[in-house]
Design a protein around this ligand. Sequence first.
Ligand SMILES: [Zn+2]
Length: 301
Amino acid sequence: MIFKKRSEPLELVLYRLLNARMDLSENDKKHFWTINKGYEGEVRSDIWLLNLTDDWFVLHDLLLEHNQSTFQIDTLIIAYEKIHLLDVKNFEGDYVVKDDKWYNPAGVLQKNPLHQLERCETLLEKLLHELGYHFTIASYLIFKNPEFHLYLPSIQPAIIFPTQLNRFLKRLNSGPVKLNKKHFQLAEQLEGLHKIESPYPRLPPYSFEKLKKGITCRDCRNFLTDGTLKCKKCGCIEEPEAAILRSVNEFSLLFPDIKITTDRIHEWCSIIKSKKTIRRILAKNLELIRHSRSSYYILKE
Ligand SMILES: [Zn+2]
């Protein structure tokens, strides 16, 4: 079973919000496109593991740390006696390995993915020991794209090619043993240790004053033009409460350090004329923090 899904990176969510409310530079647009494509590709490439039986815990996309070294795990599978560490690559074209060096189809030297995998395995092994677990770790570099070929001077058992994928899955699925509390506890611990890197320093500069105000359509991101909250582009209609709360959520993601007040959300939503409506919806759904000078709201956990 999938224990931890790959979730949409916060950086991508924020870029999408900014893209709707400001003019991104060409470079930022390109970056937005790249991280969007990257995420879509990763989600697509996770599908092949959905057929694993419940005797496996699959955790996607973990960012862990041991002794101040962080390491990213693409996919981790907890089995009864073993942990499978998978790095799934979507490389395309003819790659060449010469003297332990990897070259892409254009002949450009690449980071050696086997070295990265080894580093990951070493750090994971140390982390597991620290947590008191003694599992064997089996690491694999998996190539999923059928348009990929690798010229390798020798056989590398850690590498799984597209033509070997089915057999690899069959091997995983054969002879499973029911997992127990210990495995569940490990999966929970690893999920809890997952770090989220702050994307804020990497975003283009923006401010509350300069971003376009208003409520965007839930479905197509077009700005809604009047209080009926009906999208002129796709026809979608949303209840005012849901639309306002969605906008509050967007506001708090974009401005985690700015306090949520009725005035600010009234300005942020802009097409909701009644401040009273905003106050009522905030009071109903958020928690009010009273201050003698200025009270504000926080999102409920
Ligand atoms: Zn729409």
